[in-house]
Design a protein around this ligand. Sequence first.
Ligand code: SF4
Length: 377
Amino acid sequence: MTILQSIGKGRYLIRKRSSNLHKYGSSNIPGSTPWDAHKILLTMGHNIKVDAPMIASYVNGNYNVELYADGTKIRFNDKDSLIPAFPENMDVCITKKCDGGCPYCYEGCTVNGQHGFIGDYVETIEEGSDPEYATYYYPFELPHWMQSLKPGTELAINGNNMDHPDLEECLKALRNRGIITNITINQRHLAQNFCKLVDWQERELIHGIGISLSDATDNFLEVALNDLDNVVLHVIAGIFTADDMMYLQAYKTKILILGYKNLGRATEYSKKNYHIIMQRIEELKANLPMMRGLFEVMSFDNLALDQLDVKNVLFNNNEEKWSQFYMGDDGGFTMYIDTVAGKYAKNSCMSEEERYDIGSKTVEEMFNHIRELYGKR
Ligand code: SF4
């Protein structure tokens, strides 16, 4: 039996059971958070053929993964469940330094914020040589946990000002290991980093680019959407307005709707602006059915699914349809790393008590810990 679910435009999601084959696929939007694996996809396509080159294929636990350049991901095995051994996607905070000054910044980034440890140049001499006469060289070495990443894993990192001094070397080292890195940048930093982004995409240092929307009327957005590949616009429920939506619809682009996180400066902002945030969330909720036709792909993180009551609004609480689209809870196939604090967690919303030291752990060890804690095994 093959079940195809299609309620939007441009991508597909399919669950296929045929001759003991369990095939599960979804569009996974490059350039956004690892919660992509947990989003709803609004699609109208009904053709399972993927019109994009495959960029990764690997075995994870008891299933296979195929990842395509347009962000489509297919998971499949001959079993009744998919049990991963390592995360498919990781949300990685690499810096808390940013001059954006957004009053709703949930990471609490400031101009005095710290950069995270994402690798270093390590003094090295040829093994067995006399240190007095040996030639020293300084290769860039990734942190231990990054060295344990499996090829094909997707990382979603925050760019902020794009001035982390080790970022480019880190991206090169990740690319050389077959890791697919997507970066998120706020629109206010886009123009000044545009050439760098184009260059990094050409050199395959980054794959997708998430642009956090700050001004829907800025003409440069059109330039970015035309000249950069694999772009997804990130909008925050409670910040994103109906007017923004009217501007953006002209681009027929991909959008990822993120829930409003009551963390960092966003806590204070929501206290002061509670009514307007709630009003915008209600407006967005009311507009969702109409919006599905306006964008190439519309997706959500899990927090937005809750805040916008998407299961009810778009699926009328139909369990069968919902099961075709819901990609699972945070921590099931994804996790979060904060390289500034040296911590890992289920997602970036977790309290201090639910963030754990990376120490010398491998990615697999951290992921298994997360899955044990949150009942995924
Ligand atoms: S641009 Fe992003 S990281 Fe910087 S302050 Fe704004 S929300 Fe925070």
